[in-house]
Design a protein around this ligand. Structure first.
Ligand SMILES: [Zn+2]
Length: 62
């Protein structure tokens, strides 16, 4: 149903069709895969987490 909808990935900031929704944000399938494949000790992983934390803030109080 939403096949033609492009959404902006919060990690790579590119507009992609496929991905998952986290809170109100979108992560493309490529980044999701990369996150899962990245070692938690990797600096890249920390970068991903930082990006994710930006969107994980609850906005219910605003
Ligand atoms: Zn992405």
């Amino acid at each position: 149903m939403h096949e033609s909808t492009l959404e902006t990935c919060i990690i790579c900031e590119q507009r992609k069709k496929k991905g998952i929704h986290l809170y109100t944000s979108f992560i493309c399938i490529d980044c999701e895969k990369e996150i899962l494949q990245t070692d938690t000790n990797d600096a890249k992983y920390q970068y991903f987490i930082k990006r994710l934390k930006c969107v994980a803030k609850p906005e219910i109080f605003s």
